[in-house]
Write a protein that binds this ligand. Structure first.
Ligand code: HEC
Ligand code: HEC
Length: 219
């Protein structure tokens, strides 16, 4: 009960400050047109790679990411309009229907397998599966799935389509994102708050181990 109150309070204070807090606990499925989306991504693939398979380490891969997560990520860039992000100018003139179509398109693409695939056990693999209770680190698999393909309950519950798959993502991007959550980057959705709570216990060594294992895990 105490925890629920704290969460509600946190939500309330965020909406008071930012004014645009998005509560994703009742998020619904994203319905977009992948074929229409294909015609809207010419500019995107310049940075995110053919079909959304990025080759530049700082640019995230989008191919095979869940549509809900892609959509809310794009919507977030639009809402925040952060001048420091290269994504702001990309989404400024896109409609909500555009974002849905683009999300559906990239979700339907196949992620290129990693150049070097994981050989199973590693410190990153163990952290991902088991966490490290002595350091307060939660097992990532509870929310991202045992093989980092997405939330285990995603098939039956639309709100878990907003939890990202992490396998075969660019390692530099993964590490940057984890530092960002840990160091208190924008927490303007209920999902971002959840991930911030997890990342606060990760040090740079743990982040490097996790990113290396995830990048080498096929999607
Ligand atoms: C100039 C290069 C560039 C272009 C063009 C570009 N992006 Fe990005 N994109 C980035 C970078 C860099 C990031 C990560 C940085 C950040 O989060 O601010 C990013 C992040 C994203 C993310 C978040 C991914 C995640 O896993 O959270 C999505 C989704 C995305 N871009 C989609 C698009 C779409 C759709 C377009 C075309 C409308 C596009 N991008 C055009 C550089 C680009
Ligand atoms: C309690 C559920 C939960 C746990 C446990 C969890 N995550 Fe997350 N994670 C999320 C949610 C929800 C998001 C989406 C946040 C958002 O929308 O900004 C996320 C987002 C991420 C992202 C951003 C991906 C992208 O494409 O931008 C990374 C990286 C990540 N998590 C890694 C991890 C790692 C590594 C662990 C284990 C140390 C972990 N997560 C444990 C719920 C969780």
């Amino acid at each position: 009960m105490k925890r629920l109150c704290a969460f509600t309070l946190l939500l309330a204070s965020w909406s008071a400050v930012a004014g645009e807090f998005v509560d994703l606990r009742r998020a619904t499925a994203i319905r977009g047109d992948a074929v229409a989306g294909a015609a809207k991504v010419a500019v995107c693939v310049a940075c995110h790679g053919p079909d959304g398979n990025a080759v530049v380490p700082a640019f995230p891969a989008l191919a095979g990411q869940h549509a809900g997560y892609l959509y809310q990520s794009l919507d977030g860039f639009r809402r925040r309009a952060d001048p420091a992000s290269p994504m702001t100018s990309q989404v400024q003139n896109l409609s909500d229907a555009d974002l849905r179509d683009i999300a559906a398109y990239f979700a339907s693409r196949r992620r290129t397998p990693p150049a070097v695939e994981t050989t199973g056990d590693s410190p990153g693999a163990r952290l991902f599966r088991e966490g490290d209770p002595s350091r307060g680190i939660a097992p990532c698999q509870g929310c991202h799935g045992p093989a980092a393909q997405g939330h285990p309950l995603r098939a039956g519950m639309a709100r878990y389509d907003y939890y990202p798959a992490l396998a075969a993502q660019q390692p530099d991007y993964l590490a940057a994102r984890l530092r960002h959550y840990r160091d208190g980057g924008p927490g303007d959705t209920s999902n971002a708050l959840v991930m911030r709570g997890v990342a606060r216990y990760l040090d740079d060594a743990a982040i490097a181990e996790l990113a290396a294992w995830l990048a080498a895990t096929p999607r």
